[in-house]
Ligand binder design. Structure first.
Ligand code: SF4
Length: 373
């Protein structure tokens, strides 16, 4: 058995996802590489240029709609279990990107999934949702060119889930999601409703729709594309396209940031001093001593500090290349200095973002139809 074939791959939207080799997703799950489409993608995001957006399903259809100036939609959302973190920031940036390229943008607050998967009561998730939507608006989402909604309040989504349930067997759900309680199967059908909502007559009928998500959400796309095919005669659905980004490492160096480890991630709402402390304490790819690091260099490929720069906080590609090669691998910078530089960038970003977000709280409440408590 080769070392490569021993690398683990597990994709589970309701549990732990582990991907040690993204290349294997092309062979094992039929995801297509994105890099061939990069030259045709207008105004690509940094995440596209840097290979963080690595895969897709049928993204050619979206490129075509963009180049022909045809109607298309982008659809994604957030599970309101807590404040915006770096994973939800990535998805929000992608949604806003497509909105700026001409898509009608749909953003779902997945409160049914938050209940079914995380046992968050609706009274609690609606308070969290206000903050999440304020974050989205502060990042640049234009509500005039989009639709933001809560799953539990959107009857059309729930009706679609009821209709779709006739076309899906328990065996299919088990094959995609494993043995789960019925609520999770129900929330998966509701997500299929979310993804296909933009194609209902109320929103102008069938249209190409792209769903940008972390790759751990791919099972929902496989289910929904299958449902779109089964119900094509009734609705004329166009199978949704998708775009997948890689998962950012946790600050402790583990492969995926998770809320289960509070020192392994930070949110956009945390006090900058706390964030600075978390970054200062983070694992790095550095050497045990400064002398060794200057002599041997460090390893950015295993370093969550490098990941933060790569995914979110270094705007210029050339600065990132300098950090990776000259500074880190050649030992020209030590990890303490590298962390301090990042702390300054993150502190500026978070402070500005928190100020903007506070200005959008009332608008977020209005959009979601939630009264002030
Ligand atoms: S120098 Fe920076 S990027 Fe390199 S290992 Fe240290 S903290 Fe990570």
């Amino acid at each position: 058995m080769s070392l490569d074939s021993m690398k683990k791959t597990k994709i589970d939207p309701f549990g732990a996802t582990l991907i040690e080799d993204y290349e294997r997703l092309y062979k094992e799950f039929g995801i297509q590489p994105f890099k061939h489409l990069l030259p045709k993608t207008p105004n690509p995001l940094a995440a596209m240029r840097r290979g963080l957006i690595f895969g897709h399903r049928n993204f050619e259809r979206i490129l075509n709609a963009m180049s022909e100036h045809e109607e298309f939609a982008v659809m994604s959302g957030i599970k309101p279990t807590g404040e915006f973190h770096l994973g939800t920031l990535m998805t929000a940036r992608e949604v806003i990107y497509f909105q700026q390229q001409g898509a009608t943008a749909f953003y779902c607050v997945a409160d049914i999934e938050a209940y079914e998967d995380n046992n968050i009561p609706f009274e609690k998730s609606e308070k969290i949702a206000v903050g999440n939507v304020a974050d989205l608006l502060a990042l640049g989402f234009d509500p005039k060119k989009g639709y933001i909604y809560r799953q539990s309040k959107e009857e059309r989504v729930k009706n679609l889930a009821i209709i779709f349930s006739r076309g899906v067997t328990l065996a299919t759900m088990k094959a995609i999601y494993g043995e789960r309680h019925m609520g999770l199967y129900l929330s998966a059908l509701i997500q299929a409703g979310d993804i296909l909502l933009p194609q209902l007559k109320d929103f102008g009928g069938p249209k190409p729709t792209v769903v940008p998500v972390g790759v751990d959400q791919d099972p929902h796309l496989r289910l929904t594309r299958d449902i779109a095919f089964k119900f094509r005669k009734k609705y004329n659905f166009i199978p949704p396209s998708s775009m997948y980004h890689k998962l950012i490492k946790a600050l402790d160096g583990s492969p995926k940031m998770s809320k289960r480890s509070p020192m392994g991630y930070f949110t956009l709402e945390e006090k900058p001093k706390i964030i600075a402390k978390k970054i200062s304490n983070a694992f790095t790819g550095g050497c045990p001593t400064a002398e060794e690091q200057r002599r041997l260099g460090a390893n950015p490929d295993i370093c969550p500090i490098y990941d933060l720069c790569l995914f979110h906080f270094y705007e210029k590609d050339e600065d990132l290349v300098t950090l990776y090669n000259e500074e880190c691998r050649e030992g020209k910078i030590l990890c303490g200095e590298c962390k301090n530089r990042l702390i300054e960038i993150v502190t500026n970003f978070v402070t500005n973002h928190q100020q903007k977000r506070s200005e959008y709280i009332n608008q977020a409440r209005e959009i979601l139809g939630i009264k002030k408590y």
